[in-house]
Design a protein around this ligand. Structure first.
Ligand SMILES: *Cc1c(COP(=O)(O)O)cnc(C)c1O
Length: 409
């Protein structure tokens, strides 16, 4: 400890010295970005096909977002929910106009939006059907966040390891397997929670008939259907929300990641009737609805909701998917390229089972940022407005990485 903090340069080893070991960040430190390109401390350029894990929906330093943020920064940063504010009201109204929702609750992250959704589902069932109706059903391999409740609802046991006892009344059915849900659902079920496309779980889209079936089972048992659209929302699939692609409307929907385009914000959307089950004091957040976050999110929605922008996602989907399929075949690295819109995953072949990260690491060295989803899928989630030239250059760099990794095989 010293009385005066140092301001000398930092590097990757500073991470190991001062930050909790919850992550294993790459070897370089990006310092600035513009559109779909970022530059590290050594001024090396990268094409960004990762989008900060499906967050920077409009790339880096989009002028409209910079303007929204800096204009709001000069006016008013924070009030708390003791008072409301104009950007929050405008954002809530936009979200309701653009979706099935009639009421919005703001949070600061995906996990918090889900926490609010799960609490609301229990509260609604408690109020209308009594305390026995409290069971939540989610799906194996699901990801809903890292708070204790959301991790327990998520379908990956390893994330609960050492954190027990877990919240009770949670069970898991198999994804895209309606019979498995049918066997578990009952009149004690208060909600079924589902990602329309499992992102972290391996970029696995739901089948339309599956989501339709989940909807029917929920209706039959008076259970709420909760869509976790934290990763799939805000244009990611080529629709503002993926439920609009599937034609299946949930009772509660959560949004975060792309919503702020890089500024932390989360939202839970629902109907007036369900929203009634929260009253003054039953849930809250100091920062939820913060004016800076809401001003930026409002600017994000103004752009992403434009039909041309959503159509552009579908067009880029074709380019990225074809490019990845070709590379996958040429080097024998992908058994399948799957996903919706600009959320795509290359499932690695037998040879690289458990080792998808090798491609991400090699890609970074070649100057392109990618992601993984578990050990077997290389994931891509670029800006929704990535220029075609950047997409092609990113694919060319990824091909060099694939050649390198495959050459070592
Ligand atoms: C990322 C993610 C979350 C968690 O969001 P945080 O902002 O990290 O809390 C929840 N659900 C899904 C589907 C996600 O992809």
């Amino acid at each position: 400890m010293s009385t005066r903090p140092t301001s000398s340069p930092v590097n990757r080893s500073t991470f190991d010295q001062f930050m909790m070991p919850t992550y294993a960040p790459g070897a370089v430190i990006p310092v600035r970005g513009s559109g779909s390109r970022v530059w590290d401390q050594a001024d090396k350029e990268y094409i960004d096909l990762a989008g900060g894990i499906a967050v920077t929906a409009l790339g880096h330093a989009h002028p409209d977002l910079v303007r929204a943020l800096t204009e709001q920064a000069g006016k008013l940063w924070h009030l708390s929910n003791v008072l409301t504010n104009e950007p929050a009201l405008q954002l809530a109204r936009k979200l309701c106009e653009l979706t099935f929702a009639e009421k919005v609750f703001f949070a600061n992250s995906g996990a918090e939006a889900n926490e609010a959704a799960f609490k609301l589902a229990r509260r609604y069932a408690w109020e209308h059907f009594g305390p026995e109706k409290n069971e939540l059903i989610a799906f194996e391999n699901a990801f809903h966040g890292r708070t204790l409740f959301t991790v327990a609802v998520g379908g990956q046991a390893k994330y609960m390891e050492g954190f027990g006892p877990a919240p009770q009344g949670i069970s898991h059915a198999r994804y895209n397997d309606l019979a498995s849900l049918e066997a578990k659902i009952s009149d004690r079920t208060c909600a079924v929670v589902v990602e329309p496309l499992q992102g972290e779980g391996g970029v696995t889209p739901a089948e339309k008939s599956f989501l339709q079936g989940v909807r029917e089972l929920c209706d039959r048992h008076n259970a709420l259907m909760v869509f976790d659209e934290v990763q799939t929302g805000v244009g990611r699939t080529g629709y503002l929300y993926a439920y609009q692609y599937y034609g299946v409307t949930p009772d509660i929907l959560t949004s975060a990641k792309g919503l702020g385009g890089g500024f932390p914000v989360g939202a839970m959307l629902t109907t007036s009737a369900i929203g009634q089950s929260f009253s003054v004091g039953s849930h809250g957040s100091t920062y939820g609805g913060n004016p800076l976050a809401c001003a930026v999110a409002g600017a994000v929605l103004d752009i992403v909701a434009q039909p041309e922008v959503l159509a552009g996602v579908a067009q880029r989907h074709g380019l990225l998917r074809n490019g990845l399929q070709e590379i996958g075949q040429r080097y024998g690295i992908f058994s399948e390229v799957r996903g919706l819109g600009l959320l795509l995953g290359g499932a690695v072949t037998e040879r690289w089972q458990g080792d998808a990260k090798a491609f991400m690491t090699a890609a970074m060295e070649e100057g392109v940022l990618t992601l993984v989803a578990g050990g077997n899928v290389v994931r891509f989630a670029p800006s929704l407005i990535i220029p075609e030239a950047d997409l092609n250059e990113g694919l060319a760099r990824f091909e060099r990485a694939a050649a390198k990794v495959a050459g070592q095989a």
